[in-house]
Design a protein around this ligand. Structure first.
Ligand code: M6R
Length: 615
């Protein structure tokens, strides 16, 4: 995810753009840049770091004069965060400038074609390829900018929200959208462009939200022309009256970042497998795995190191790797691993999982494993983070910035990446038939829509939260793939509501925790069909006979658990190994609503930091 802002009008563009980028920083904050047209030339300034770093740089470096400009705050996908890879990008002639939020999946083949035609590239980004493709089309076919953008976009596979201008025609900006958001603020002889309306809310309440596959040519003194990218048909733009205040917009209309991030999971999971899971071709493409396939296949075992929620994702991965790829897996708390003189050899593959990529214990565990000769593979969310750089290879989750301290979309996207790796290895090892493999790809591809469906239980989960919010303790139970989900559900509740909660494998209940059960004890039981279902139903009966309050997380249409439980929350059916991606959703919502009802600081719980960079 990245944030884009643009302005064309009668005001100075710079203050609008820099403030707008600050408001969009929730969308990405690893690098930022601005291009301004000062009446003669394009002034460009960009830097690795936050928008505040850019502000400091730009105000020392260039004149901020100009009534046309575009800016970008980045969350890297192609190319590490550095000054060169930051946006805006210019074409080889220096005439065209672009900002882009999204991923051009076929950028590599387009790049090779452009190189053959003499183009050169400064950055590793897909965006620099796009702006040169636009330039190439414009030059060769002698087209106006709008038409050239349209022709180029018809050659592109991927997602984008872009804004482009030409220094030789400084009265217009061309924008286009597919898959990433783009709002146009319509003022009095001035226009604003942004990923959401927050950058222009104080200037105009009139906004056009482009639909997918639409582009617009925005000219001062003229009406906006919106057309379909594919077929040139003109579209009558719908101008909305914005009724949001700034605070709401920054959180995208959600009360908290955590809730926003819970709701972002369908798109975050989709972004994570986009370009990797190719179900039509029945393949999984992951460069980091492909390049190191020999190491993975020769490994005696995989050791997963992580902390907190990432450790829970590692536990889910243990079940998935062993079940699908038949590789022995051990999951370790990084903090224990680093201090206990573990046995590690060159034949071990260590997978380090970290949202932030900065967790001190995980980093130390990686260094230890590397010093013993193990191959270390990272699964991180923050591009260019220390762990991403320190590992031998890796695969990013593409969850976008996670601002809420309680990890939500990071967890489900970590599971997504790890599932892709397990499937790829299973295929390479021949532990799955091609039809099983294909079925897993198809099912995984359906997960974003199923998460969307699971989110529909939100209002019902809220009523359950209201009933149990004053409980002093909670127990979470699950078996198999869903045992780690029980742990994660308990952690979520603890960290934001400060209610004591424990997660257990359901069958372990009889070895101790059963003594805790009475009519005051809510027990959240994950009891999806398949996966030892009958055994979990027996566990539920044991809880019921001791008067425990049962909240069942069940497969849609379930009747047996419904008869026993006080409440059931349904999730759609899927393959057993993919159920954690769905059963997690109601548990996140339950803890969120309880914490809100208890007036807790959901996004910044006490004593906790988003990334734990100390021991
Ligand atoms: O950034 P990391 O994934 O390495 O962070 C690990 C834990 O600190 C983190 O998952 C923590 O447990 C979260 N607050 C859980 O919601």
């Amino acid at each position: 995810m990245c944030g884009i802002v643009g302005y064309i009008g009668h005001r100075e563009a710079y203050p609008i753009i820099i403030k707008g980028l600050q408001r969009l920083e929730y969308r990405g904050y690893d690098s930022a840049g601005i291009a301004l047209y000062d009446g003669t030339n394009i002034k460009l300034s960009k830097t690795k770091g936050k928008v505040s770093d850019l502000k400091e740089k730009i105000e020392n470096e260039i004149s901020t004069k100009g009534t046309l400009g575009i800016g970008h705050t980045r969350w890297a996908t192609h190319g590490v965060p550095n000054d060169v890879n930051s946006h805006p990008h210019t074409s080889n002639s220096g005439d065209l400038v672009i900002i882009h939020n999204g991923i051009i999946e076929n950028y590599d083949s387009l790049k090779q074609e452009l190189i053959k035609r003499g183009y050169t590239f400064q950055s590793d980004t897909d965006t620099e390829v796009l702006i040169n493709l636009i330039e190439d089309v414009k030059k060769n076919e002698n087209l106006k900018l709008g038409k050239a953008v349209q022709v180029a976009l018809n050659q592109v596979v991927g997602a984008y929200a872009i804004a482009v201008f030409d220094k030789n025609k400084p009265n217009e900006i061309v924008v286009a959208k597919l898959g990433s958001p783009l709002a146009i603020g319509v003022g009095d002889d001035e226009f604003f462009i942004a990923s959401d309306a927050s950058p222009f809310i104080e200037y105009t309440k009139n906004a056009i939200y482009l639909e997918d596959e639409e582009m617009a040519i925005i000219r001062r003194g003229k009406d906006i022309k919106v057309r379909k990218i594919q077929n040139d048909n003109l579209v009558d733009p719908y101008v909305q009256k914005l009724q949001l205040n700034l605070e709401q917009i920054e959180k995208g209309g959600y009360e908290h970042f955590m809730l926003k991030e819970i709701y972002e999971q369908p798109s975050a999971i989709l972004d994570t497998f986009r370009g990797r899971l190719l179900s039509n071709e029945a393949i999984i493409k992951m460069v980091g795995v492909e390049d190191n396939m020999k190491k993975f296949l020769a490994a005696d075992r995989i050791i997963i190191v992580a902390c907190g929620t990432s450790w829970h994702a590692g536990l889910v991965a243990e079940y998935i790797f062993e079940d699908l790829a038949r590789i022995p897996v051990e999951v370790e708390y990084a903090s224990e691993f680093r201090y206990r003189n573990p046995v590690i050899t060159e034949k071990d593959v260590v997978i380090a999982i970290s949202q932030s990529g900065e967790t001190a214990d995980t980093l130390a565990a990686i260094k230890l494993a590397k010093s013993k000769g193990a191959f270390v593979f990272g699964v991180c969310n923050v591009v260019g983070s220390t762990i991403a750089r320190e590992t031998n290879a890796g695969a990013y989750t593409h969850a976008g910035p996670e601002i809420g301290v309680a990890s939500t979309k990071a967890f489900t996207t970590q599971i997504t990446v790890l599932t892709l790796i397990a499937l790829r290895l299973a295929r390479a090892k021949g532990t799955m038939s091609s039809s099983e493999f294909r079925q897993h790809l198809i099912e995984l591809e359906m997960i974003p829509a199923k998460v969307e469906e699971a989110l529909k239980s939100d209002a019902y989960v809220k009523t359950i939260a209201d009933i149990y919010k004053d409980s002093k303790n909670f127990l979470y139970l699950g078996r198999g793939f869903n045992f780690p989900v029980a742990l994660e559900g308990a952690l979520k509740l603890k960290e934001i509501s400060y209610i004591h909660a424990e997660g257990y494998p359901a069958a372990e209940m009889k070895h101790g925790p059963i003594a805790l059960i009475d009519e005051q004890m809510p027990v959240v039981v994950i009891a999806t069909k398949k996966g030892h279902y009958e055994k979990v139903v027996s566990n539920i009966q044991e809880i019921k006979s001791r008067k425990g309050r049962i909240i069942g997380i069940v497969t849609k249409g379930d009747t047996s658990v419904k008869e026993l439980a006080d409440y059931v929350i349904e999730v759609p059916e899927t393959l057993e190994c993919l159920t954690p991606l769905l059963t997690t959703i109601p548990l996140q919502l339950l803890s969120y609503h309880i914490a809100v009802m208890l007036n807790k600081n959901v996004d910044q719980p006490r004593n906790l930091a988003k990334s734990v960079t100390v021991e």
